[in-house]
Design a protein around this ligand. Sequence first.
Ligand code: FAD
Length: 434
Amino acid sequence: IDEKFDAIVIGAGMAGNAAAYTMASRGLKVLQLERGEYPGSKNVQGGILYADMLEKIIPNFREEAPLERHLVEQRFWMMTDRSHTALQYRSDDFNEEKPNRYTIIRSQFDRWFSREAQSKGAIVISETTVTELVSDAYGKVIGVLTDRRGGTIFADVVVIAEGVNGLLGTRAGLREAPKAEHVALAVKEMHFLPRETIESRFNLVGDEGVVIEAAGTISKGMTGMGFVYTNKESVSVGLGCLVSDFAGASETPYGLLEAFKSHPSIKPLLEGSEVKEYAAHLIPEGGYKAIPELVGDGWVVVGDAAQLNNAIHREGSNLAMTSGRLAAEAIFQVKSRREPMTKQNLSLYKKYLEESFVMKDLKKYKDMPELLHTQAKNYFLAYPALLSNAMENYLRVDGTPKIEKEKASVRAFVKERKWTGLFGDAVRLARAWR
Ligand code: FAD
């Protein structure tokens, strides 16, 4: 390719597509390179799509995007090996004209999103891996090299949207490789079932959907979570834990997923299903403190590649889309002022991010990743077991006076953590949550 582009976008995931779409629709000349066979072919997500963030990019997306079910119910399960204690919210208010959250299948969704970017004029080339960022003598990024024949492809700015395990930014010295305690390894399966079976098992009507998010002894004392998401004719089931926890444990991701699927609360939901897809992927979970430098001379980094992921709320795609859109808007501003794509000018992207929910949310939870990592044994093993025992004790009617039952439950908590431990855990959690 001989021509020079206004921008090259590396990767056609949520962040890259949002950036490519936004820049192309503002009239910029955009080249997007994706290593997968097609956009989405390599992408894994549970996955919930947050409509508001896509609406800001493509307002009428509901008319054409491949959406599965809109969510009307969320179940949070605190699990032990034989039980779950649930916090469940369902509301008919979520059956609205423009639903707020949908389940999606990324391989279909990303393909559609990319076609939308192409319809705005972005040139998208798949099966092409960017192998290197090319810089000039002053260190300004001026283009990329790919695994295809040909030399440097030049652009005023490169948008790095290569996802969490992308190597380019690290290799070019723009950021460190993510630390093992800042990324989770998640495994996921797609279980196919007839539509009516899903609807009756999960108490759904039409395109309504439900999400189950689960934590507890299922992660064997590691920092992690399991999930079940309903699609139209399939159920996504998965589980992820921090890579640093796996490194020191005898558990394997697949072993944990098998145990999760065989749990008495999960097994009946999947009974008779046909498993058609299995995938493993990393999730950035380091939060605010793990965010690397976001801009430099001739480059910006967006989405998972920049650790922009809110693990506490299991939100990633919305932060990816928003960062891609805001980077594109900043680039458009710099371009329309006919100024160079320097670090200083591109810092407008950082300013936009700071003003958005992305940085505000990540800042709010800045201490949570470390707390969950260092206190995993308490939050993921001890408390779920104590809570389950207390619930069973409370519900089992066996002639024991209620006052004695209550005292026994309190005694169990104090025996496990002592009063100081209980107080400390509550204070630490409250502080990190603020
Ligand atoms: P990605 O989607 O990973 O896209 C990066 C793209 O870059 C890929 O297409 C890749 O092939 C390409 N690429 C990488 N390197 C190169 C290269 N050198 N050259 C060319 N192309 C390259 N988020 C939610 O909002 N809701 C959920 O329910 C949810 N569930 C999840 C469940 C699981 C199991 C996982 C793993 C993640 C989940 N997430 C969820 C997170 C969400 O998937 C990510 O935050 C989101 O995909 C990030 O988008 P991205 O564009 O930054 O990266």
